[in-house]
Design a protein around this ligand. Structure first.
Ligand code: NAG
Ligand code: NAG
Ligand code: ZN
Length: 456
């Protein structure tokens, strides 16, 4: 057996294969002939057409009419792969292939988009998982563990200003605060918007209870995604193997002062919140540099001031600061520095300050067994690969908190994503989906045929 001599950390897999299955094909001996660029591309184009804005852009906010149509299309693809479809109370969609064991190797991503996004962010991982699983089925693979494709509800923060609601719900990170306080532009909460298309819950409690999955039911999770950056393409590498996901946090700070006439109020009498905010933005940059780590990034991305008039001193300034890192403690240290600086600045300038951590999600580290399976899959396909870190967040960041997880990245043209010109070559599409198929097959393992079972 191929895996018996492996020095990788696939010991458990090797035991399953070597102990029981001297007779059977290794998952890596499957041909995966069903995975072709033409078929995949047709599916991406069909999904991309379900958009509020014309091609090449894709605009598909969660629970919009187009999202409802995309969900229908995805469920059709799942049924076409002979998978059993179910949906949870949040609209996460699952497609199951029953193996000898109940616990499932899961793979998937999201199909919602930002406003004026592209055709592959998320969709590659959803369409890819279904195509990979279908190819395994068609070739007669018999999985030991069960296998599931998943489409997560609203990974993008485009509608509710908070990311990964579906995967947060599944992994127990969602809470009352998020459900009640994050609303769309028209004031609808997630539960209200979900109910409008048929995902009804009678209370936050019911939603939280029913959405949560039993970690024991998830044997592993793998997400295929475009890189959303230029590194793989630049270096001519086929497959990125994601070792960690830089988790986001978002701080909101409001400075307020007394305002006044921009001509009449002497400088010595002012408590200008815009100047307090300006000092803070510089302190936030310093806090990022203070860690001396390449992976610490801080962005003061939102700045709203009232009034915003040339001859009035502002009275309120609202800041939102995004802080990310690959080390949770280091990230939290930066948040602490920013908050302490804000207190000091507000005191010096006699401004009032309110501050809040909107969210601070955990860092996701990939699992060595899943990383090893991806590596072996890429090697088997003769693809060049490289370990890297994901700077954008993904549903995998939450799945990693409850199950052995890793991600597969494919190059995208010019590194563009969250952009109408997001593009991926047919070759990279096929390479990514085949790598995913082998990874899923290795993690699920090949079931012992019935006569072998009866000998045991
Ligand atoms: C908010 O309402 C407007 C007007 O009815 C509508 O065009 C828009 O799509 C709504 N936004 C969302 C996120 O549903
Ligand atoms: C600051 O807050 C205090 C207490 O709420 C309030 O009395 C005061 O007017 C506020 N000052 C400014 C400048 O907004
Ligand atoms: Zn995405």
């Amino acid at each position: 057996m191929r895996l018996c001599g492996s020095t990788l950390s696939l010991t458990i897999l090797s035991l399953v294969f070597c102990g029981r299955l001297a007779c059977c094909l290794s998952p890596l001996d499957l041909k995966l002939a069903g995975i072709t660029g033409e078929k995949l591309n047709a599916q991406f184009e069909a999904l991309a057409a379900l958009s509020d804005t014309p091609r090449p852009s894709v605009t598909r906010l969660v629970f919009s009419d187009w999202d409802v149509k995309a969900r229908r299309l995805i469920k059709d693809l799942m049924r076409d792969a002979q998978l059993k479809v179910r949906e949870d109370i949040m609209g996460n969609i699952f497609a199951r292939w029953e193996g000898a064991e109940k616990a499932a190797v899961m793979s998937g991503s999201h199909s919602d988009s930002i406003v004026l996004g592209g055709a592959y962010d998320g969709d590659l991982g959803v369409v890819g998982a279904i195509a990979a699983i279908k190819a395994l089925r068609v070739e007669g693979f018999k999985p030991q563990k069960s296998i599931e494709a998943v489409m997560f509800t609203t990974e993008e923060a485009s509608r509710f200003n908070v990311p990964c609601l579906g995967s947060q719900g599944m992994t127990g990170y969602l809470n009352d605060h998020t459900l009640d306080n994050f609303k769309d532009e028209n004031g609808s909460t997630f539960r209200e918007a979900a109910a409008r298309i048929g995902y009804r819950s009678s209370s936050n409690q019911e939603l939280l209870r029913k959405a949560k999955v039993d970690p024991a039911a998830v044997a592993a999770f793998v997400e295929l995604h475009i890189e959303q950056g230029p590194l793989l393409e630049k270096e001519g590498i086929d497959i990125g193997i994601v070792e960690a996901i830089l988790a986001p946090s978002l701080l909101t700070l409001d400075f307020s002062g007394s305002g006044g006439h921009g001509g009449g109020m002497p400088m010595s009498h002012r408590n200008d919140p815009c100047l307090a905010a300006s000092e803070l933005a510089l302190k936030a940059e310093q806090a990022a540099f203070s860690t001396k780590a390449f992976d610490t990034v801080v962005t003061t991305g939102i700045w709203k001031q009232e009034p915003n008039i040339f001859n009035a001193i502002p009275r309120n300034v609202h800041l939102e600061i995004d802080v990310r890192d690959t080390e949770g403690d280091r990230r939290d240290g930066v948040i602490q520095q920013i908050f302490e600086a804000a207190e000091e600045i507000a005191a010096n300038r006699k401004c009032n300050l309110t501050k809040e951590i909107r969210y601070a999600y955990p860092i996701a580290k990939s699992n060595p067994t899943v990383l090893g399976a991806i590596q072996q899959s890429a090697d088997k396909l003769g693809l060049s690969s490289k370990k890297l870190i994901s700077r954008p967040y993904h549903d995998a960041a939450f799945m990693a908190q409850i199950a052995p997880t890793a991600m597969i990245f494919t190059p995208c043209k010019r590194g563009l994503s969250h952009h109408p010109e997001e593009e991926i070559s047919l070759k990279h599409m096929v390479d990514g989906v085949k790598t995913l198929a082998y990874t899923i097959a290795q993690l699920a393992g090949s079931a012992a045929p019935s006569q072998a079972k009866s000998e045991l």
